[in-house]
Design a protein around this ligand. Structure first.
Ligand SMILES: [Zn+2]
Length: 555
């Protein structure tokens, strides 16, 4: 079965096929606005993108995953298409006594710490170092102005008397297609411009003018632009942008249109976000990207699939910044530094020391409800997550130490084969996380009820590792052990003894290597014994020779 995804744009569950016949996938996710620590609701939508990427990679696709950083232009009233209020970065700067750029730097770091802790793959390994996968809005102002200029030239946008630019919603008849909103709703939810220069109340700003704003760009002068940025604007728009666009800053919606095109091209495979992004943010992105299209045959909708995570509630109620009820990732992972939050007393009662939750438990709790369902986050959900992660980990640890025959029992073969099929099918079914987990825990319960051979353990371990490629909650197994001289001799004399220097990645292979070392020493081949010791050390295995045998531990 192919991977199927619920596409918000068509409202249908559809088979996923990438545009590129080679199977490479382009994935864009609306990332954090870096004006405060990110909360668990933000991370649920980032984790949807992470799980989706992991599933695509497990199906053999290579995925280029771009998640932007919004560091300018996101206003406090962002539920309205043409948001008014104060820039979130400026407001935080005022409250913290910092320049907005310092606010952005501080909270970008905070976000990166959370992303690494929660094992977002786009913040691991090479991806973490690749700035093109984490574009920042303030570094893409030329691309935004280029798009704005195209929109003006094609009459999708117009400039008001003070030099602000608005997108004309009437120019794009498909506006409302993604969110399903109809004209009346759109008008009722629109902000009437203070200066009332908007042609239609639904129109939204692409470029804003506010002399008090602390982050400004003058489209007609190199002054104040970071090195090379103004030259890039001139290269993108050789004739210069319209003279009547004034010094100002971009609207939030144009940022993602410009950054996704700059980093992934004019048409992308999948765009993700939280359901609160559907309107207005993503609706506006579609309109802008189409208006600024570079080719005549560009599709109306630049993203072939739109995938959204439903909202997250805490104890049945919506989190609110105004009411101070936001639960940040930091508040759960590191309450000693972040300070107590409203869940802390209940968490302490439930046995979490100081209210601290491990990153694996938080990740598990946030991804174990299907993303197509609203999630109710409670202390009880963390208690359950902790119990489940610990059951999964303890079986995984136990499997490293199983000895005996290499032959797997046919019951275990059948169990693993059917669980594997169910696990993959559940994820193919629009990322049904709870069904995928049911397959994992069916295996865990069965394995815990029976004696296992080394062959069983290998199959079970491979299945648990396959599941963990998606869930990413397991720690590497704690490996240590001790073997007496008698046991080493038995191993070395066993017909199945393998004296080749293989990988020392489980207790069984370490045992084989130690037996080979014992045999070499018995034959007074000290060079060979030393070679094996060095081989083990290179695999992180420390040895401690005792009178009766050897103790070892993998670090
Ligand atoms: Zn966005």
């Amino acid at each position: 079965m192919a991977l199927q995804l619920k596409n918000t744009y068509t409202k249908r569950v559809e088979d996923f096929t990438p545009l590129d016949p080679s199977g490479a996938v382009t994935l864009y996710s609306c990332g954090p606005t870096v004006y405060s620590h990110n909360h668990i609701g933000n991370f649920r939508s980032f984790l949807l993108a992470d799980v989706l990427r992991r599933v695509l990679e497990q199906r053999g696709h290579s995925v280029r995953h771009v998640m932007n950083i919004t560091d300018v232009g996101h206003m406090t009233e962002d539920h309205i298409a043409d948001a008014a209020g104060e820039d979130k970065l400026s407001k935080a700067g005022r409250q913290l006594g910092l320049h907005p750029y310092e606010v952005a730097a501080r909270f970008q770091r905070s976000f990166e710490e959370d992303a690494k802790a929660l094992k977002l793959k786009n913040y691991a390994d090479r991806d973490a170092q690749d700035a093109t996968l984490h574009p920042r809005a303030t570094q893409h102002i030329p691309e935004m102005l280029d798009m704005i200029q195209r929109l003006i030239e094609r009459e999708y946008a117009y400039i008001d008397s003070v030099g602000q630019v608005y997108f004309s919603v009437a120019s794009f008849p498909a506006y409302g297609q993604l969110s399903g909103k109809v004209l009346g709703e759109l008008e009722a939810g629109a902000r009437i411009s203070v200066r009332e220069e908007k042609r239609d109340p639904r129109d939204f700003a692409l470029w804003k003018v506010d002399p008090k704003h602390l982050m400004q760009w003058d489209p007609h002068s190199a002054e104040g632009w970071p090195d090379g940025e103004y030259a890039r604007l001139r290269a993108l728009v050789p004739g210069g942008v319209s003279k009547s666009i004034a010094r100002g800053f971009p609207g939030w919606h144009i940022e993602c249109s410009a950054m996704s095109r700059a980093s992934l091209g004019p048409v992308i495979d999948i765009h993700t976000g939280g359901e609160d992004n559907v309107f207005p943010h993503h609706e506006c992105e579609i309109a802008q990207s189409y208006g600024a299209r570079q080719t005549a045959d560009a599709p109306l909708n630049f993203s072939r699939y739109w995938v959204h995570a439903r909202h997250l509630l805490v104890n049945g109620t919506k989190m609110s910044k105004r009411e101070g009820s936001l639960i940040t990732v930091k508040a759960l992972l590191d309450p000693a530094h972040a300070g107590p939050n409203r869940l802390t007393p209940e968490l302490v009662c439930a046995g979490f020391p100081h209210g601290q939750v491990s990153a694996a438990v938080l990740r598990f709790a946030l991804i174990s409800t299907p993303f197509t369902q609203p999630m109710n986050f409670t202390v009880d959900s963390l208690v359950q997550a902790q119990a489940n992660v610990s059951r999964w980990q303890s079986l995984y640890d136990r499997l490293q130490h199983v000895g005996g025959t290499d032959v797997a029992a046919h019951e275990i073969r059948d169990l693993v084969a059917s669980a594997l099929q169910q696990f993959d099918a559940a994820l193919d079914d629009n990322l049904n996380m709870s069904r995928a987990l049911a397959a994992v825990f069916h295996v865990i319960s069965n394995a815990n009820q029976r004696g296992l051979s080394a062959g069983d353990a290998l199959l079970l371990r491979q299945f648990l590792e396959h599941a963990d490629e998606i869930f990413a909650v397991l720690d590497p197994p704690l490996l240590s052990g001790q073997l007496s001289n008698t046991e080493l001799k038995q191993l070395a004399e066993d017909p199945a003894f393998d004296a080749t220097l293989g990988e020392a990645d489980d207790a069984r292979t370490v045992g084989q290597l130690l037996a080979a070392r014992w045999a070499a020493r018995s034959a007074r081949d000290y060079a060979r014994a030393d070679q094996i010791r060095r081989h083990l050390a290179a695999h992180g295995v420390e040895l401690d020779d005792t009178r009766d045998g050897v103790r070892w531990r993998k670090i």
